[in-house]
Design a protein around this ligand. Structure first.
Ligand code: TXA
Ligand code: MG
Length: 317
């Protein structure tokens, strides 16, 4: 059920049920982070492999001491700058945090969302929420209550409706190795903004055999439709005339007449607007039973980097 009734959602969470919550990035699948049964239910619903740890959502920066310890100075700086906001920090976990949440790692992913409804919810609850994105493992993240409902139906009894997500891309993930900052996932907070606060950040080298952050698996965030990337849309379309084609465009682009369906992410070419619209456009294109989806390359700076990262994972099969 899609609802805006916080009391209903609070009651369900206290009873160990799993609900969906809005955040500024994407919708989450949330349960009591201090309850192992709830945590197991989240893994089961998402069909998420047990090696892939969850993010814990806390109500404010002060709560950090209940879940993490030995917090690096740079992590404190980032939290002060960007929380509440689309940044996840990987920190040493408190021994009291369940190994199930962290997939037996000694680190925990934690963030403070700036969605007003979910912040209010977190402030009213006596426990933090474990909440990965509310999509089956490997598929496109949901940016509206309807997307979540389409994925899970009544298996998720309550979806807290907070409208469509303002950022539309998952949070940026930063961890620390020997105090040195590491980027584990490009996200809704541009890396350039983080580097302005703490200096250069090393990008984590992908390794599918031992994924530190499985969001870094090469294939992820994938539509069901066969998808290819192109830096020349018109030429690519001309080369596959006979197919039922869908096109994802960054800006307004004139395409040849025909049966082609086009989704324009930002008429005026604004990366933030494109980011916000990206997943909804992919969800929509994926429903059209297309034979082929053609997606472009974005300018490789700011949020364009995150969009390119997601589209690259979407084309791998
Ligand atoms: O924007 C977001 O971050 C959304 C909203 C709902 O908060 N959540 C989200 O969660 O994207 P999820 O679980 O889909 O992605 C979390 C990523 C995963 O790739 C996971 O592997 C990584 O965080 N992660 C979690 N704990 C980690 C840890 N201790 N070390 C390294 N990576 C970790
Ligand atoms: Mg996810």
């Amino acid at each position: 059920m899609i609802t805006t009734d916080l009391d209903l959602v609070i009651k369900a969470l206290k009873n160990g049920q799993i609900v969906s919550i809005p955040t500024e990035t994407v919708y989450g699948l949330a349960g009591n982070a201090f309850d192992e049964v709830s945590i197991d239910k989240i893994f089961e619903l998402k069909k998420r492999p047990a090696f892939n740890p969850l993010i814990v959502h806390i109500p404010d920066v002060e709560f950090l001491d209940h879940v993490a310890e030995e917090i690096p100075e740079n992590a404190k700086l980032l939290a002060a700058h960007f929380w509440p906001g689309p940044l996840t920090l990987i920190l040493k976990k408190k021994p009291s945090i369940s190994n199930r949440i962290t997939a037996a790692k000694n680190t925990l992913a934690v963030r403070v969302t700036n969605h007003p409804l979910t912040l209010e919810l977190l402030k009213k609850l006596p426990f933090p929420l474990a909440a990965p994105s509310a999509n089956p493992f490997g598929s496109i993240s949901p940016t509206s209550a309807e997307h979540v409902h389409n994925y899970f139906g009544e298996k998720v009894p309550f979806i807290l409706d907070g409208g469509s997500c303002k950022k539309g891309l998952e949070s940026t993930i930063i961890g620390f190795e020997n105090q040195k900052p590491i980027l584990y996932r490009h996200g809704a907070l541009a890396l350039e903004r983080i580097e302005k606060v703490i200096g250069p950040v090393t990008e984590f080298i992908k390794n599918d055999q031992n994924p530190q952050a499985p969001g870094m698996l090469s294939k992820h965030y994938a539509p069901k439709t066969k998808t290819i990337r192109s830096d020349n849309l018109l030429e690519t379309i001309a080369n596959c005339k006979t197919k039922k084609i869908g096109v994802l465009s960054f800006q307004k682009t004139e395409l040849p007449e025909g049966t082609i369906h086009q989704e324009i992410l930002s008429e005026g070419g604004d990366l933030e607007e494109a980011a916000k619209n990206l997943y909804a456009a992919l969800h929509h294109l994926d429903e059209l039973q297309l034979e082929l989806l053609i997606v472009p390359f974005f300018p490789n700076h700011g949020l364009g980097k995150t969009i390119n990262d997601r589209l690259q994972r979407a084309v791998l099969k």
